[in-house]
Design a protein around this ligand. Structure first.
Ligand code: ATP
Ligand code: MG
Length: 419
């Protein structure tokens, strides 16, 4: 009997894997250009890390975690997100003694038991960055700028919108929450059961509710930005004016809350205009390091949904990402294989994507194959060419061909000149 893959997971290959690799290449380049170092942490952690680090009244912790007891009786959870894991690693490895700011990036798979829909899976990948040690809004800007630059490199600036908000600090929030509760109280019975719990435990999160009834009740709710203290207010003004200076377009969306206690000040989301989902979400979380037992350290970061980014790009790149074969060797003579294989190796050493028949096909079948895979060049070596140590190098894009020496340097030169 056939065994199928699990709900919410996928096999990535063909056209999709090319888009993944294209994004990943850009991520590596941009992180290196921004002087950020990669971090890799374990797939599973103690459940307690997420209960404390994400918050035990969030959807993630309440409903979505893959949690199990291991054979030693420990409660283990597959990471549903990575900020808590990176903070744990930051504390555990004494990174607070490193020169600050410490700037880290990751790309890894996450696991959440979710209801499936477009752009929502049970195994999905996030690219994220976390900056530790700066309480200045300049760090918030740098983090948003990196995401913006990535979208720019991927030619997606017209496809996404940056939404920002400030959720203040615990002082501004205390005042605001009082007002929010006052506003909701008369209509609390119309809200969903989860919001009724949120009303008591974490009222800010009501603003994040996706239920229509709750959204309706909250339509005219007071907004946190009207309750910011002087420091938070100046900070938010600085963020906005710097984005304007940088020519980064944004919208203030007063409903973004990311309502966990340790989030503060700037929060933001990049939304896909077409798909209407957040592709990247982040903010400042100055209290999390303390919450997880480290010394108080300001921090800011984001998580970007790779699978969602792939969906957005896929629409734009249909048929644009070909199989990448630079040179395909079409070899007539069995005895030509030995000399050709050496040249193939040498071209591969130079990172030229080079291929040669491994199916013992006829000359014609090799030609047909080279056409089908859209090889940029074919290098033909028949009896005559072999005898006088030459080959015919044909540029498949313009159809021009030249007889040149059967030497990797000469083939390389010809390709480089035409690039
Ligand atoms: P949503 O409101 O869409 O559920 P979230 O607030 O749970 O998002 P975060 O925890 O902030 O999402 O994760 C950051 C990003 O990771 C999201 O903006 C999204 O792009 C991506 N993401 C989150 N959950 C999933 C999922 N189940 N499948 C694919 N991508 C996801
Ligand atoms: Mg979610």
């Amino acid at each position: 009997m056939r065994i199928s893959r699990q709900k919410g997971t996928k096999d990535i290959f063909g056209e999709d894997i090319k888009i993944w690799q294209y994004i990943e290449k850009n991520i590596r380049e941009i992180c290196s250009a921004y002087c950020i170092e990669e971090i890799r942490t374990p797939v599973f952690e103690a459940t307690e890390l997420y209960a404390r680090g994400v918050g035990d009244d969030t959807d993630i912790v309440n409903k979505e975690m893959y949690t199990f007891l291991d054979k030693g009786g420990r409660s283990i959870t597959l990471r549903p997100e990575l900020t808590a894991g990176v903070v744990r690693a930051y504390i555990e490895n004494g990174m607070s003694s490193l020169t600050s700011p410490v700037k880290l990036w990751y790309e890894a798979n996450m696991y959440r038991y979710e209801k499936m829909q477009k752009g929502r899976y049970r195994e999905f990948a996030q690219f994220g960055i976390e900056f530790f040690g700066s309480k200045s809004y300049l760090a918030d800007i740098e983090v948003m700028m990196l995401a913006y630059d990535l979208f720019k490199r991927l030619n997606l600036l017209d496809d996404i919108t940056l939404n920002i908000n400030s959720i203040g600090c615990s002082t501004c929030r205390a005042k605001y929450i009082e007002k929010l509760k006052e506003y909701v109280k008369p209509n609390l019975s119309k809200m969903c059961d989860t919001c009724k719990v949120r009303y008591e435990k974490n009222p800010l999160r009501m603003l994040d509710c996706k239920e229509e009834n709750c959204k309706h009740v909250l339509q005219e709710a007071p907004m946190i930005t009207d309750f910011l203290c002087e420091e938070c207010s100046i900070d938010f003004e600085n963020v906005k004016s710097t984005l304007e200076e940088l020519n980064i377009k944004y919208i203030v969306d007063k409903k973004i809350v990311r309502g966990l206690d340790y989030y503060n000040k700037t929060v933001f989301e990049f939304i896909s205009n077409n798909f209407n989902f957040a592709v990247c979400a982040g903010g400042r979380y100055d209290k999390l390091i303390e919450t997880l037992g480290g010394i108080s350290t300001p921090a800011v970061g984001f998580g970007l949904g790779m699978d969602r980014l792939v969906l957005i790009l896929k629409e734009k790149l249909v048929n644009k990402l070909e199989k990448n074969v630079d040179v395909y060797f079409v070899v007539l003579e069995k005895k030509a294989y030995t000399v050709c294989r050496n040249i193939v190796s040498s071209l591969r050493d130079n990172n030229i994507a080079t291929d040669i028949d491994i199916c013992n096909r006829s000359f014609n079948a090799q030609l047909k194959y080279a056409n089908r895979i859209n090889a940029k060049y074919i290098c033909i070596v028949g009896e005559e060419e072999l005898n006088n140590n030459t080959c015919i190098l044909k540029n498949m894009q313009d159809g021009k061909q030249r007889k040149i020496n059967l030497l990797s340097e000469d083939i390389l030169k010809e390709i480089v000149i035409n690039e």
